[in-house]
Design a protein around this ligand. Structure first.
Ligand code: TEU
Length: 600
């Protein structure tokens, strides 16, 4: 392809860093991270080399769901600081050439938002801002709730994603309102044009303040089908199957695109649901339709999950590969992928997809290699760049998350689960709180996160895994991230090269090429990743073997610590590694990752 035909976009070339403000850095000693705390760490972000910060919600909120329940879209939560602090943050980022993407949570508001307060009071203008419905005759239906007038059941059988019915009864209005999430998160009624207008104006207001884009929370849920039908095949009674990619979702998002997305903003839509049909994905991303830059799907996040928080599912590497392969294939002509393995809702990736014991460092680097050399925009979740791990939760009172506590308490009270102890392992592996323990800055008390009492436990392994230690060690996960991030600036093929998977069915090795043919010649990467704690031999096809490739990056160079037998391994010999590719015969050590490059 002629070089000038590459569809270059700044957000394709970028690496995004996600900040969960509550857990990042606390400047005022109240145990809760805040915006001045982020400002203190701007040079840290700059040193890492990221291009964009996605900031989880910092708006006014009663914190039923840590800021995902917004009571004022145009104000900053007191615990996090002031609007002036936020402006300092924006300027500080922009001074360092880092862009700022804000979280847009508009499927629902808080029940303390003035729109809901007025709607519940039945004020004319706000009457229809939310999903208000009459209850049903409890004798006539097979679902029920533990609230509401005697003899009444909720309007339908939908269940909240956070446990219990998706409807709450409001005594003031004497009607039920829909909440797909917590009862303090009533769903906005996007059918009402006034609601859409309010949202678009608010987005415009933030754009005028100078932000560079939005991450859109559960944006594929905003359209609900006529009649809100039940679905007995959906574990949520229809709440999930009927609300995802609903009938008018593209209409609403194209309207948003036309009204407010008039520049090359970075927009990334979070898309709930088990398996998104690719034609929907393409419509979300089509500049002439919804115009989002990227989306977050959940397919790989569901592989190891059972139906409930306390259930797990066995998975195999070939399934993980199949997900990424399907998405690369599906969006290679039209669209662009986001690449993530963890975020504030997910367990830590090294504990989940890697080995957080003997090969923590190697496997953290391997997963990073994957995320930064597939085609798409990589998203780093705070602490991932240190190889932070899951937290050793031991009792229920260590959890803070509504999506952990509510479903679990409900299951225990209904006798579905005997006790926390009985399901501890699975809950521990699945809980969102794994991601929310404080960022580990140093080996000091509370990991240098706060001078006060942290709102959630600090991982005891901070004495070993922390920013100070990582930055001091040239072989650390942190330094490896820096290298990966800068590869993107140096090599077009890392960003724009075509992706070609090798051995898709192999359950141990993930290998692929990335190729970019332009007038300047053909650039190629060969990536080989060993997803196991044993050594493995990889025979490459002849066309992949190469005489003149060099190793761009690997996770076993210099002071590698362990080999298959757990002994110290000799330093990686660059010549041997190059010879192996020439012979098409790689020997990968446990969790070894290699990225070769050649150009012809
Ligand atoms: O997440 C959507 C969501 O449903 C997930 O949190 C899900 O519960 C999780 O993957 C566990 O399986 C978004 C936000 O990212 C999340 O923090 C909010 O709680 C949620 O929406 C409601 O706003």
């Amino acid at each position: 392809m002629p070089t000038e035909d590459i569809d270059r976009r700044w957000w394709k070339e970028a690496v995004v860093y996600q900040i969960y403000p509550r857990s990042f850095n606390d400047a005022d000693g109240d145990g809760i991270g805040d915006i001045p705390g982020i400002v203190e760490r701007l040079d840290y972000l700059d040193a890492l080399g990221v291009d964009v910060v996605w900031l989880c919600p910092v708006y006014d909120s009663p914190n039923a769901d840590n800021g995902y329940d917004i009571s004022d879209y145009r104000a900053i939560m007191d615990e996090f600081g002031t609007m002036a602090d936020w402006e300092t943050l924006l300027d500080g980022l922009h001074d360092r050439d880092i862009k700022l993407v804000m979280d847009l949570v508009v499927n629902h508001t808080s029940d303390e938002h003035e729109w809901f307060v007025k709607s519940r009071a039945g004020e004319d203008e706000y009457d229809d801002y939310y999903w208000w419905r009459e209850g049903r005759d409890a004798d006539a239906v097979d679902w029920s709730a533990t609230e509401g007038p005697e003899g009444e059941a909720p309007p339908n059988a939908w269940k909240s994603f956070f446990g219990g019915p998706a409807w709450a009864y409001d005594d003031e209005r004497e009607a039920w309102y829909l909440h797909l999430f917590d009862r303090k998160q009533p769903d906005l009624n996007w059918e009402n044009p006034d609601v859409r207008e309010e949202v678009f104006e608010m987005m415009e207001w933030w754009f005028e303040k100078g932000i560079d884009g939005f991450r859109m929370d559960v944006i594929n849920l905003i359209s609900k089908p006529e009649g809100l039908p039940n679905d007995p095949d959906d574990p949520f009674g229809g709440a999930m199957s009927q609300s995802t990619n609903g009938p008018r979702v593209h209409e609403y998002l194209s309207e948003m695109n036309e009204r407010v997305l008039d520049r090359e903003y970075l927009t990334v839509g979070e898309m709930l649901g088990p398996k998104m049909p690719m034609d929907h994905a393409r419509r979300y991303l089509d500049p002439d339709e919804d115009g989002l830059s990227m989306l977050f799907h959940f397919e790989h996040m569901l592989l190891d999950r059972g139906e409930d928080l306390w259930k797990r599912r066995d998975w195999d590497l070939s399934e993980l590969k199949a997900v990424f392969n399907r998405w690369d294939e599906g969006l290679k002509e039209d669209g662009w992928n986001s690449l993530y393995l963890n975020n504030h809702d997910q367990p830590r990736m090294v504990s989940r997809f890697g080995n957080d014991g003997a090969y923590r460092r190697e496997s953290a680097k391997l997963l990073a290699t994957l995320l930064h050399t597939l085609r798409g925009t990589p998203y780093i979740y705070q602490g991932e760049e240190l190889g932070m791990t899951n937290y050793p939760f031991d009792s229920l009172d260590e959890f803070r998350d509504v999506d952990t506590l509510n479903p679990l308490r409900e299951a225990v009270s209904e006798g579905e689960v005997e006790s926390f102890e009985a399901v501890k392992e699975a809950v521990r592996a699945n809980s969102r709180d794994n991601a929310r323990t404080p960022m580990q800055w140093s080996a000091e008390e509370h990991a240098g996160f706060t001078d006060g009492e942290p709102w959630i436990g600090v991982n005891p392994n901070h004495d070993e895994i922390n920013v100070e230690a990582e930055r001091a060690d040239p072989e650390s996960v942190w330094h490896y991230y820096r290298d990966l991030i800068s590869l993107r600036d140096e090599y077009d093929v890392v960003v724009y090269g075509d992706y070609e998977p090798l051995f898709p069915d192999d359950g141990t090795v993930w290998a692929y090429t990335r190729t970019l043919a332009t007038d300047a010649g053909t650039e190629r990467l060969v990536v080989a990743l060993n997803f196991s704690s044993s050594e493995v031999a990889v025979g490459l096809p002849d066309e992949v073997a190469s005489d003149d490739a060099t190793l761009l990056l690997g996770n076993y160079d210099a002071a590698s610590e362990v080999d298959a037998a757990g002994d110290t391994d000799p330093d990686l010999d660059v010549d041997t590694v190059a010879d192996e590719l020439a012979a098409g015969d790689l020997r990968l050590r446990p969790w070894e990752a290699r990225v070769y490059h050649d150009s012809t």
